[in-house]
Design a protein around this ligand. Structure first.
Ligand code: ZN
Ligand code: ZN
Length: 355
């Protein structure tokens, strides 16, 4: 069992060596056999994992379970008009806009791991059962880590919707994995590519992260965030990310945003996590950089993936918002299962923060 925990941890090691780009590569995030960030980050290999694990032994943050809010799956299934977002858990949201149902990074399994008998185990139940989902029109996937690309969930969604399967939008090189699992409709995109589906413009945008599901495939697939636009209403899903100048660029090119989904958890120890996971204070910087009117924190409260107390992200978020003088109602956390009606946010005029 310990071996699988180490394999999972190994997928958390990341390294960005000197520029390995081939001269023919025109995109700066492409390199031979894989990808790299737009802005180089600290090099953390397997030895850093060992250092992290031994240096914090016995000093891990509190592992906690959070209350789940009861919702009405039947109402959700029949909702064809109300703009509503339901937090299912971790980075999984059901976004319902004008009768279009969108799912983000679906994970419904008990563990985010290559196997279901070892690896990080959920501490809080899912907020909406997989078999209670409405018909999903499309899914956006940020990258191939186990807590964002969950084989069991993907296979079940495809099987439940086999007569009318959703379209899966994934970053470059992730398609192959889904096709292996029997997924029928996959659209693979590079940063700044765009497509359209169900009345939405869909843009793949940069994030600062890394990828891999084993010891041998580090950064061989791309990681990304997503922008969804319909009738000039703009949604931003940041994926899994560290803080970088990419967000000002996203805000400039595709913002301002009406609703954003921004990670706030799995950030300690900072020396190890800084490059790839924002803390809540940096999440607020992203909220400002992309010019978000309303943001929802994600990537916390479901799995214990790092060293902070599991209830620290919302407290730090609140503290950061107070320090920045931003109204707390503009960047919130939800409970698993909680539904949020977006009508009032979508009817407000868009922000222009002049960043
Ligand atoms: Zn990740
Ligand atoms: Zn993650």
């Amino acid at each position: 069992m310990r071996l699988f925990i180490w394999i999972f941890l190994a997928t958390l090691s990341f390294s960005f060596t000197a520029d390995e780009s081939e001269p023919s590569m025109t995109k700066r995030h492409h390199k031979k056999d894989g990808f790299k960030n737009n802005y180089p980050i600290d090099d953390h290999g397997f030895s850093s994992i060992i250092k992290w694990q031994f240096s914090t032994m016995g000093k891990k943050g509190k592992v906690l379970s959070f209350p789940v809010e009861k919702n009405n799956p039947e109402w959700i299934r029949n909702n064809t008009s109300e703009p509503v977002v339901t937090w299912i858990n971790h980075s999984t949201f059901l976004i319902q806009i004008d009768g279009v149902n969108i799912l983000t990074d679906p994970i419904f399994s008990d563990r985010c791991s290559p196997v279901q008998w070892a690896g990080p185990k959920r501490t809080t139940p899912v907020g909406l059962a997989l078999d209670s989902l409405p018909k999903i029109d499309f899914v956006i996937i940020s990258h191939d880590h186990y807590d964002h690309l969950d084989t069991g969930s993907i296979e079940q969604i495809e099987s439940i919707q086999k007569d009318n399967p959703p379209v899966w939008f994934v970053p470059l090189k992730v398609k192959e994995r889904l096709v292996d699992w029997g997924v029928k409709n996959v659209v693979e995109m590079d940063w700044w590519d765009s497509d359209s589906h169900s009345g939405f413009e869909i843009h793949c945008v940069p994030a600062q992260h890394f990828s891999g599901r084993s010891l041998s495939d580090r950064n061989s697939t791309l990681w990304a965030g997503w922008v969804l636009i319909k009738d000039n209403k703009r949604f931003f899903f940041a994926g899994d990310t560290g803080y970088s100048p990419d967000f000002k660029e996203i805000g400039k090119r595709l913002g301002p945003f009406d609703v954003s989904f921004i990670p706030i958890g799995a950030y300690n120890p900072r020396w190890f996590m800084r490059g790839v996971h924002v803390d809540p204070y940096e999440a607020i910087k992203i909220h400002k950089d992309v010019q978000s009117k309303f943001s929802i924190g994600m990537h916390w409260g479901t799995f214990s993936l790092a060293d902070e107390d599991m209830d620290e992200p919302p407290r730090a978020l609140k503290d950061g918002l107070q320090k920045e003088g931003i109204d707390e109602s503009r960047f919130v956390v939800m409970k698993n299962g909680q539904m949020m009606h977006l009508k009032s946010y979508l009817s407000e005029p868009s922000l222009d923060l002049g960043n």
